[in-house]
Write a protein that binds this ligand. Structure first.
Ligand SMILES: [Zn+2]
Length: 458
């Protein structure tokens, strides 16, 4: 079925253009005409930008947002104590719960401006640590949640085998993540087959991190999987950097640069703690840095060195990771503000070529995000998935704004309330700022949370 859209003003790869007519079939853009005339059958909108790819998600973690903001008994909390809260919560989740939480997270993402997502999926086993009858059961639950909500999905099954460098055995809290290489290969094969030829679906691999995968097995994975995206966590925490150095004499990103043939297939998630040499090396590798500014701030990870990384022409995308808050605009704002606070400057990530800060940020996050998801998304152009955000041109916050000033206002002075409608894969999934299946998704999610948290009501 062909659908046609007419946008009075839209952000195209070559900038803002007027009177843009877009023809879409099977969820993909066929043709884009500028300075066009409107046809009565077109869906007409005033102000449209491409939907943002979200490069890093652990969907189930949406359910613990707000549950770890309380000081623990030792009087000091960090990433590692947050992780213990997350592990305890995981012990309770069944497959239906996981699908309900993922659907809730994905619906929220769509309302927040993310139209595709990279799911870094490391839950493979039951709550007791057994394999499901189908070892890919929980992968399929995430695919089902993506179908329910309409979000584009790059599924990244995670390989996880150890609790620290050198193959230290996993802890009991990690029992749901563990597979051997054969089971992992079976999961990847099952989901690859299931999504073959499905538009808006892609499968890659995610060796969890250098602390959770032995160097030997990482090398075997890279030999075995010669195509598709590869995502890995690296250098999120200083303790992890120090442990890596003690184990092998190299820092995590340094090790990857020397041994893992980093290239444009890779998304190195977080990469928070980098030396100047690693910054240049990562930028030159053409890998994407998967930045998760709100989660990194929430977990006290540290500040990614965006200013020197940009100077080295590094590529990056935005991920919402733990989903402490879901907001595409908010992630970009947090990224920019972290740099301002650190450098004591303003408009830290804008360039003279594109002085609008939000314009610069949005353009970089679109292209880096698309690369990391290995999908044709993030542009209103022929051959790309029809993912559009309709901004609310009637909202007083946007009154009198045009072009990049709209983006600057949305990112720095507005938020998701300025997104009126969302079209994902050519389908209208959000209208009046609300996902079309909101009521059912909320009901399922609320039921899960009330049961898990053992309360009578919300
Ligand atoms: Zn993560």
């Amino acid at each position: 079925m062909t659908r046609t859209f007419f946008f009075d003003s839209a952000l195209l790869p070559d900038g803002w253009r007027r009177n843009v007519r877009v023809e879409v079939s099977a969820g993909v853009i066929d043709r884009v005409s500028v300075d066009a005339s409107v046809d009565p059958r077109d869906r007409r909108e005033a102000l449209v930008v491409p939907g943002l790819p979200n490069v890093h998600s652990h969907a189930f973690q949406r359910a613990i947002a707000g549950l770890a903001e309380r000081l623990g008994p030792h009087g000091t909390d960090d990433f590692w104590s947050w992780r213990e809260v997350m592990y305890r919560f995981l012990g309770e989740l069944e497959a239906d719960d996981i699908e309900a939480i993922a659907a809730y997270a994905y619906a929220d993402m769509l309302e927040a401006g993310f139209t595709s997502v990279g799911e870094f999926h490391y839950l493979h086993r039951t709550s007791t640590g057994a394999l499901y009858d189908d070892p890919a059961e929980l992968s399929f639950r995430h695919l089902a949640a993506a179908e329910t909500t309409g979000i584009g999905l790059t599924l990244l099954p995670v390989f996880y085998e150890s609790s620290n460098f050198g193959g230290v055995p996993p802890t009991s809290g990690q029992r749901r993540f563990i597979t051997d290489l054969d089971t992992f290969g079976h999961i990847v094969q099952r989901v690859r087959k299931a999504v073959a030829d499905s538009p808006g679906r892609r499968v890659g691999i995610a060796p969890h991190s250098l602390r959770a995968v032995t160097f030997e097995h990482l090398t075997q994975l890279l030999d075995r999987y010669q195509d598709g995206p590869i995502h890995i966590h690296a250098a999120e925490q200083l303790r992890e950097v120090e442990d890596c150095r003690s184990f092998c004499g190299l820092r995590p990103v340094e090790w990857l640069l020397r041994n893992a043939r980093l290239d444009s297939r890779w998304c190195v998630v977080h990469a928070t703690h980098l030396t100047p040499q690693e910054i240049v090396g990562l930028a030159r590798s053409a890998a994407v840095a998967g930045l998760c500014p709100l989660t990194e701030a929430n977990l006290g990870d540290g500040i990614f060195p965006s200013i020197p990384f940009r100077s080295a022409a590094g590529r990056w995308g935005i991920g919402s990771d733990s989903h402490i808050q879901l907001t595409a605009a908010g992630e970009l704002r947090q990224l920019e503000y972290s740099q301002r606070l650190h450098s004591r400057t303003r408009n830290a990530l804008a360039t003279l070529d594109r002085p609008s800060t939000a314009g610069s940020l949005y353009e970089a996050a679109l292209s880096g995000g698309a690369q990391a998801l290995a999908q044709r998304v993030g542009a209103i152009a022929p051959g790309y998935r029809a993912d559009f955000l309709v901004l609310d041109d009637m909202h007083p916050d946007l009154a009198g704004r045009t072009g990049d000033t709209v983006l600057d206002t949305w990112v720095f002075a507005g938020d998701r309330h300025l997104i009126r409608a969302v079209i994902a894969g050519g389908q209208t999934v959000v209208e009046a700022s609300r996902h079309r299946h909101r009521e059912r998704i909320d009901t399922d999610y609320r039921r899960v949370m009330v049961r898990l948290l053992g309360m009578g009501q919300h």
